[in-house]
Design a protein around this ligand. Structure first.
Ligand SMILES: NC(=O)C1=CN([C@@H]2O[C@H](COP(=O)(O)OP(=O)(O)OC[C@H]3O[C@@H](n4cnc5c(N)ncnc54)[C@H](OP(=O)(O)O)[C@@H]3O)[C@@H](O)[C@H]2O)C=CC1
Ligand SMILES: O=C(CO)COP(=O)(O)O
Length: 329
């Protein structure tokens, strides 16, 4: 039997750990890289990642490391750090990853300050690297436990997307492939902002009807944005877009939705993350900024950005949305 094909994973948080387990379940050897040597050694020894994914056992085919060099021979590398940390994480791998190694970008967001999507950041840093993006309705805890999940993977190189999707699919993870990288990125980034809005409505006890209305009108916003920024509507009606919006706007398992819940219940936005990552809080401003630059109307995302910035109260934001001029749907 030949050597196992190796997947490298940069980032040992909840999602990186879950994807490492999924890749191991599909028969790959996995090198899971964490930047903190103590955390890597503890995970390697205990076979768990108690900080980010408590109660989940790391499969035997995973080796946890803090040495970037270990990923140099990986056939494919998954980049699984938050969007705002992509630059600093990749800097640690400069000169180590061969230029032809495909990078699969798994973050959902837009970089603050530059308003760049993950694939645009990586194109700046590693212009030669083949790149794909992976997104869709997938809670790390579900994927790590081997519960059935489906996600989308897209690359401008459709053949690469097809190959990576087949490589990463496994007994419980079904990876659909496509070529609309921007559409998949927009779906992942925008749904986090919209999930905060729906969480706020639930936290404020405004009722199930309001939640459904906001989710549907949020989807309309997301489609408008995608149309203006080169994503295909067909993509957004699939897993990254509608699928992820339904998941994230409907479950307190989502950190973005939970952030909204706390804000809606009265916790000031700056104290409401519960110490967890909520990508939407970083993406909101960038999303709104981009939308304005092409005159795309995104009133729900605007309201989320204003509530997060503290320039509008929740009640003012809700009143503002309800008072908008009536229009055709
Ligand atoms: N969790 C989920 O269910 C899903 C998450 N995602 C997306 O995946 C991305 C990552 O999320 P998730 O794993 O949940 O986040 P977590 O907060 O669970 O983990 C973040 C990880 O990134 C590491 N990290 C942060 N900055 C750097 C850096 N500069 N260099 C190296 N490592 C760094 C952290 O390391 P350290 O501990 O040392 O700080 C930590 O291991 C996000 O964009 C999220 O939206 C997508 C689908 C599902
Ligand atoms: O992206 C996710 C599910 O698809 C995870 O959502 P949260 O980051 O809101 O927890």
């Amino acid at each position: 039997m030949g050597a196992l094909r190796t997947i490298g994973v940069i980032g040992g948080g909840a999602w990186g750990t879950a994807l490492a387990n999924a890749a191991a379940a599909s028969g790959k050897a996995v090198a899971l890289w964490m930047r903190d040597p103590e955390a890597a050694a503890a995970a390697e020894l205990s076979r768990t990642n108690e900080r980010y994914l408590p109660g989940v056992r790391l499969l035997d085919a995973i080796g946890v490391t803090s040495r970037p060099q270990t990923l140099a021979l990986a056939e494919t590398v998954l980049l699984v750090v938050p969007t705002q940390n992509i630059r600093s994480a990749l800097a640690g791998f400069a000169g180590l990853l061969p230029p032809e190694t495909p990078l699969v970008l798994c973050a959902k967001g837009i970089e603050r300050g530059t308003n760049l999507f993950p694939s645009e950041i990586v194109r700046e840093l590693r212009p030669e690297a083949p790149v794909a993006v992976l997104s869709g309705p997938s809670f790390a805890a579900d994927v790590a436990r081997g519960l059935p999940t489906a996600v989308a993977l897209a690359s401008g190189d459709e053949e690469l997307a097809r190959r990576l999707a087949a490589d990463l699919s496994g007994p419980a993870l079904r990876v659909y492939h496509g070529s609309d990288m921007r559409g998949v990125e927009i779906g992942g980034a925008a749904k986090n902002v919209l999930a905060i809005a729906v969480g706020i409505v639930q936290g404020r006890r405004l009722g199930e009807s309001a939640k459904a209305a906001l989710t549907a009108r949020g989807f309309a916003e997301l489609l408008r944005f995608a149309e203006a920024f080169g994503g295909r509507p067909h993509t957004l009606m699939g897993l990254s877009g509608l699928g992820d919006l339904v998941l994230t706007c409907g479950s307190a398992q989502s950190r973005n939705f939970s952030l909204g819940l706390r804000i809606g219940a009265g916790t000031p936005a700056r104290d409401a993350t519960g110490g967890k990552l909520a990508e939407g809080a970083f993406t909101a401003d960038a999303l709104v900024d981009l939308a304005r630059s092409r005159s795309v109307e995104m009133p729900i995302s605007e309201a989320v950005a204003a509530v997060l910035a503290g320039t509008r109260s929740v009640d003012e934001a809700v009143d503002g949305l309800m008072a908008r001029p009536l229009k055709a749907e």
